[in-house]
Design a protein around this ligand. Structure first.
Ligand SMILES: Cc1cc2nc3c(=O)[nH]c(=O)nc-3n(C[C@H](O)[C@H](O)[C@H](O)COP(=O)(O)O)c2cc1C
Length: 372
């Protein structure tokens, strides 16, 4: 393997005026490694700085809760709501910048998929629909989900406001951008998804209505921090508790959804898929490719793109502008530098995230296996 084979992966790019030295992005990954108050410490600081040191052009930090009420998903998940949390993240962004990197923060509201909320809130969702599946032990959960409470109109306004405050807090903490988490089955995706959103008001029913909260949040976040920082969005069809979901209207829905998010001011679109380059809806394009075609925005593809040939193929076919890597980045935070040097990155094995998906689990695995 030689870096010379992949010059395109090492071409500089940009998202909304933020220059990126190459096409490698760290995908957001919950590592449940903050303290009990959701405050990031030295472990998280060093963990994120290692990705910058390892050559990733952009890091998108893990799904982080937006308020001290209902948004938290996992125990020891970081938040961006209290001054202590903001200070903790400021040390993280400082270390990443010192290493020459750039870092965005993913803003996340768990909605019905609340596994363990230390603030004692019940799960809130568009409708009182019992989520499929079970809470993941890998993230400190166990057993079935609870039936969530249906959000009132006033509570929906609070959700929009808390995303705005969280985005402002992220900018104060030194992040170069934020990513609204509209993917994988969490709150905003619950609004978008037909079977979790059974509302009969203007936030439910037709796709345009189910898109109302996602676009309100996107527009409000962009309004609040768009001058100071990047404001993007992550979206998926599949969910952590439903791997097979597809948008009922196929490519037409994709056009409506991507256009609405772009119209709401998203600076980029980040897909969450199992295989980033895979064709959808017999359209001849991947979901990332459709997002690019329909919006003209910078697009980040994700899903099994840690092999440089797969990543290059996605860029060569014009499916995306950037590739994000999750498990492959955990396995080897220096993946881009290794590819540039023609060396093989350490491959991912599930044991790196056992028994919990924490930074500490990976550190122990690495020490025991003398790798990386
Ligand atoms: C430990 C772990 C935690 C994750 N947490 C998040 C998250 O907080 N937000 C998110 O959008 N996706 C999350 N994901 C999904 C990844 O960002 C990515 O979409 C998925 O792992 C596929 O990419 P890969 O094939 O490179 O691993 C997580 C994945 C893993 C493995």
């Amino acid at each position: 393997m030689s870096g010379q084979k992949y010059p395109k992966l090492f071409e500089p790019g940009a998202i909304a005026g933020v220059g990126l030295p190459n096409r490698f992005v760290v995908a957001p990954m919950a590592r449940i490694s903050a303290d009990q108050n959701g405050v990031p410490g030295a472990l998280m600081r060093d963990y994120y700085a290692a990705y910058a040191d390892g050559g990733f052009g952009l890091i998108i930090a893990e799904g982080t809760y937006t308020d001290v009420a209902s948004s938290q998903c996992f125990p020891t998940q970081p938040g961006i709501a209290t001054e202590a949390q903001i200070d903790g993240w400021r040390a993280v962004t400082g270390a990443v910048h010192e290493s020459g990197g750039r870092i965005f923060l993913q803003l996340m509201h768990a909605g019905a998929l609340l596994a363990n909320n230390t603030y004692g809130a019940p799960p809130l969702a568009p409708s009182a629909v019992l989520p499929e599946g079970e809470k993941s032990p890998r993230f400190g959960g166990s057993g079935a989900y609870a039936v969530p409470l249906e959000l009132t109109r006033d509570a929906i306004e609070i959700i929009v406001d808390s995303h705005v405050t969280a985005a402002e807090n992220a900018a104060r903490a030194g992040f170069d951008g934020v990513e609204v988490h509209n993917a994988n089955g969490y709150l905003l995706d619950q609004f978008l998804t037909d079977y979790t959103n059974r509302r009969t008001d203007e936030y439910g029913g037709a796709l345009e209505n189910r898109l109302r909260l996602p676009t309100e949040v996107m527009a409000a976040v962009k309004d609040a921090i768009g001058e100071a920082a990047v404001a993007g969005v992550r979206i998926s069809q599949t969910k952590v508790n439903d791997f097979d979901h597809q948008w009922a209207g196929g490519a037409d829905d994709a056009r409506t959804i991507f256009s609405a998010l772009a119209g709401a001011g998203a600076d980029y679109i980040h897909l969450a898929t199992r295989r980033g380059g895979a064709e959808v809806f017999a359209s001849g394009r991947s979901l990332a490719g459709l997002a690019r075609d329909y919006t003209g925005l910078p697009v980040i593809a994700c899903g099994a793109l840690h092999e440089p040939d797969a990543a290059l193929d996605v860029l060569d076919r014009g499916e995306a502008d950037f590739v994000s890597i999750a498990k492959g980045a955990i396995a080897d935070p220096a993946l881009p530098n290794k590819i540039a040097a023609g060396e093989a990155p350490v491959p991912f094995v599930p044991e790196m995230l056992m028994p919990l998906a924490t930074i500490e689990s990976t550190r122990i695995w690495r020490a025991e296996n003398a790798a990386g």
